[in-house]
Design a protein around this ligand. Structure first.
Ligand code: BMA
Length: 307
């Protein structure tokens, strides 16, 4: 039996495998939201030449997906922003009637963060990059905080090293970002001792913001990716109220253990409906799975298993 303290895995996992896209080597860390009574998403596809592209997907039930075989083409006015590069690990957030998404761009100077908007999942407008290299993870809060757009992001370096703490930044216009605040970093030992990074858009709960994040440990046989949770202050989200000492999910299933990068569960989307949180996560950098938990149980776990 896999560890399923609060999250119960969908029995049909993995729900999306590389066969969903003709040129896919793998399809994994992806962004999914409710859309027009159904679901839409932006999917990370690692193609058979190992170029990383992003594709739109649609689904009636959030489980059975149709993925566009062609990558997204963004509208963009500035060729210095819309460079040709590998793109990966999208996160999606709805604010009012617009969907904002962030992703990682493998620029020649190192990984940086891209930002684009869409209203219909057909036209995409790329904006200024919110963060220069090196930064690998970014997600937008689902509403303005203190009158400003807000993000959690993870300044990084070019490789996979323990360097990388989570920061909070704000912007009045989605172009100029500042007021950077440290949120939290790695712990001296355990499953989140190598690096941490924000996962899906934070979810507003009674206690503040529920953040699902990934934590990485360096075992003697390589990196292992886990899912953790934190509760951040509602008005000052850089203040951490609780943060899990014990992980919420670990790679235990064969499809999480075996793949292009073994032993990875990488949380990237959360859809909340009727008090249930449906977590979508990348597995072993190869496919996508889903697990569900009650929001109140997840919050309770975070509060009672906090560092
Ligand atoms: C991270 C990101 C993720 C990936 C993970 C494990 O740094 O690049 O896309 O899932 O490594 O390889």
């Amino acid at each position: 039996m896999a560890n399923e303290t609060v999250f119960k895995r969908y029995e049909g996992n993995p729900i999306i495998t590389p066969g969903a896209v003709p040129r896919a080597n793998s399809i994994h860390n992806s962004a999914i939201v409710p859309f027009e009574g159904a679901y839409a998403g932006i999917f990370r596809v690692d193609e058979i030449d190992l170029n990383f592209t992003m594709h739109v997907g649609t689904s009636k039930d959030g489980i059975d997906w149709q993925i566009d075989p062609d990558p997204i083409k963004m509208e963009c006015d500035d060729p210095d922003v819309c460079i040709e590069a590998r793109t990966y690990d999208p996160r999606l957030t709805k604010i009012e009637d617009t969907y904002y998404f962030t992703w990682c761009i493998d620029s020649p100077q190192g990984p940086c963060i891209g930002l684009a908007t869409t209203k219909d999942f057909k036209a995409f407008r790329q904006m200024e990059n919110p963060m220069p290299p090196a930064n690998r993870n970014c997600v937008i809060f689902p509403r303005k905080i203190g009158g400003k757009f807000a993000i959690l992001h993870r300044p990084s370096d070019r490789g996979h090293t323990p360097f990388g703490d989570m920061f909070y930044s704000t912007s009045p216009d989605l172009v100029h970002w500042g007021c950077h605040r440290f949120v939290f970093g790695t712990l001296p030992s355990g499953w989140q001792s190598t690096k941490v990074g924000p996962g899906p858009a934070p979810i507003e709960v009674e206690e503040g913001w529920l953040l699902i994040y990934h934590g990485v440990w360096t075992s003697c046989n390589g990196y292992i990716y886990y899912v953790g949770g934190a509760i951040l202050d509602r008005e000052k989200p850089w203040k951490v109220l609780y943060r899990t000492k014990d992980y919420l999910l670990a790679p235990t299933e064969l499809y999480e253990r075996v793949g292009d990068v073994p032993n990875v569960v990488f949380p990237s989307s959360a859809v909340v409906s009727g008090g249930t949180l449906r977590l979508y996560y990348g597995c072993a950098d190869t496919c996508i799975s889903m697990a569900e938990g009650k929001v109140e149980d997840i919050v309770e776990f975070v509060k009672t298993h906090s560092v």
